[in-house]
Write a protein that binds this ligand. Structure first.
Ligand SMILES: *Cc1c(COP(=O)(O)O)cnc(C)c1O
Length: 448
């Protein structure tokens, strides 16, 4: 086990809360610290020359992460929004161990297995309407790639020509692969940096009011015949800055899709499995998408697994007796039995434990305890939906400064863009949740 004294120098400094090295003042000896101290790792969305050294985790339990130097952090992020039952839940761990001793993995070509059959059947049961056919993949981005391929091939299979584009919305995020970048928010998807590489799609504003709805309608009247599917995250655009919209927006999108012969793809990768207060966000709008993507909390944050679920009518467009029309996709590790077993265990917990009531309780507490942030200078908005609490600021000068301050307060909170947010495990205790909210109030006051 790594102990505190084994930690590289930069890491100890980080742990001791030395001040941030700002890019402008980096000297040649300070530069490359992270790159040199972590000589073989390449971290995500990280400038490896100037970023502060990451903390090192060694153990997790419930809503707590233990670091290599012995400190314990209360987790406000739930491992990028995945660990809905808290970390290391015994029921999930047992399912993992049992499946590992039976059959960790087999190929899914020409071969199926019970964990996948059972999981797909349970998803069909849980999901609204006739969303009943699941294609498994291993990450959210790829589940969305499959959704897009399904939508395009659906129209081809039905003999409709020219419907090859996706219509997506400003503020949206659907993953990091090239295909997904093309339907992300243009800034988030780095459209100018990767110009020439990304396929050209159709971008619009979410129809949140009369003006934007009229605009979208006009756009569809002009270009609707080129569009295979409209894609959106329902109720919350997560990585775009935890932007909320009403369920009315989703009902409008469903109507427009029906009117223009376009499929509706809902990316419930973040919102799925209770995060917004209902099992799936689309339930609040009482609509059924044609295709839905799920991932993040699917395995309770334990294994990489994703699902693209199609309605009966979408699946039936892929059936033929002449050898054509099959969906042309197949990841090596699709429907990994360990991941499916763990996802089944996660669904057991949703049945056996009062997850949605816990979400409602978290919602109330977040609303109460984040309220004082409204009076802190620089705070623009405080909003809560389900187990998502957001404090939006005018601007965050350096997120790393806040991130470190949170660690000093014994909390793991990761501000990005101009927001500080909480997406805790649904099992978090009221005391731990209070620690998270009070550390936000304190740190924002200190940095106001
Ligand atoms: C995280 C996320 C994705 C991408 O999932 P990965 O597993 O990171 O590829 C796609 N869509 C939404 C809404 C997400 O939150």
């Amino acid at each position: 086990m790594a102990g505190g004294m084994d930690l590289p120098k930069a890491m100890r400094e980080n742990a001791g809360m030395s001040c941030t090295v700002s890019p402008a003042t980096v000297s040649s000896t300070e530069a490359n610290r992270l790159a040199a101290d972590l000589p073989h790792l390449w971290l995500p969305y990280t400038q490896m020359q100037t970023a502060p050294f990451p903390v090192e985790a060694v153990r997790t339990s419930g809503s707590r992460i233990t670091l290599a130097d012995g400190r314990e952090l209360v987790d406000g992020v739930a491992a990028w929004w995945t660990a809905c039952h808290g970390y290391s839940h015994p029921h999930i761990q047992q399912a993992l161990i049992q499946q590992a001793s039976m059959m960790p993995h087999v190929m899914f070509g020409g071969m199926v297995h019970e964990p996948a059959r059972r999981l797909a059947a349970r998803l069909a049961e849980l999901l609204p309407g006739d969303l009943e056919r699941t294609f498994f993949t291993d990450s959210g981005s790829v589940a969305m790639e499959v959704a897009v391929k399904m939508a395009v091939q659906y129209h081809i299979n039905r003999g409709t020509e020219g419907r090859t584009k996706m219509l997506s919305f400003r503020g949206g995020y659907h993953g990091d692969t090239l295909g997904m970048m093309s339907i992300c928010d243009p800034e988030e998807g780095m459209h100018s940096l990767f110009a020439g590489v990304l396929p050209k799609q159709v971008l619009a504003d979410l129809p949140v009011d009369d003006a934007s709805t009229a605009q979208l309608k006009a756009l569809l009247e002009k270009e609707g015949h080129t569009i295979a599917a409209i894609v959106t995250e329902p109720l919350v655009q997560g990585a775009g800055g935890m932007l909320f919209h009403s369920s009315e927006v989703l009902r409008r999108l469903r109507e427009l899709c029906d009117q223009f012969g376009i499929l509706l793809i809902l990316d419930e990768i973040f919102t799925g499995f209770g995060r917004t207060g209902t099992m799936f966000a689309c339930e609040q709008a009482d609509i059924v998408p044609d295709i839905m993507a799920l991932s993040k909390a699917l395995t309770g944050g334990t294994m990489a697994l994703a699902a693209t679920v199609a309605r009966k009518s979408v699946f039936e467009a892929f059936l033929s007796t002449d050898g054509g029309k099959a969906l042309m996709h197949g990841p090596t590790f699709m429907a990994n039995p360990l991941a499916c077993a763990v996802a089944n265990a996660s669904l057991d917990l949703f049945e056996q434990e009062p997850r949605l009531e816990q979400v409602a309780r978290i919602s109330d507490q977040l609303r109460r305890e984040l309220e004082p942030c409204r009076t802190i200078p620089g705070v623009k908005n405080v909003r809560v939906l389900g187990a998502i609490g957001v404090v939006e600021l005018e601007k965050i000068e350096d997120p790393d400064v806040l991130r470190r301050a949170f660690v000093t307060h014994g909390t793991w909170i990761r501000p990005f863009r101009n927001i500080v947010y909480l997406t805790p495990a649904f099992t978090i205790t009221p005391e731990d949740l209070s620690r998270l909210t009070s550390s936000i109030v304190t740190v924002l006051q200190d940095n106001a």
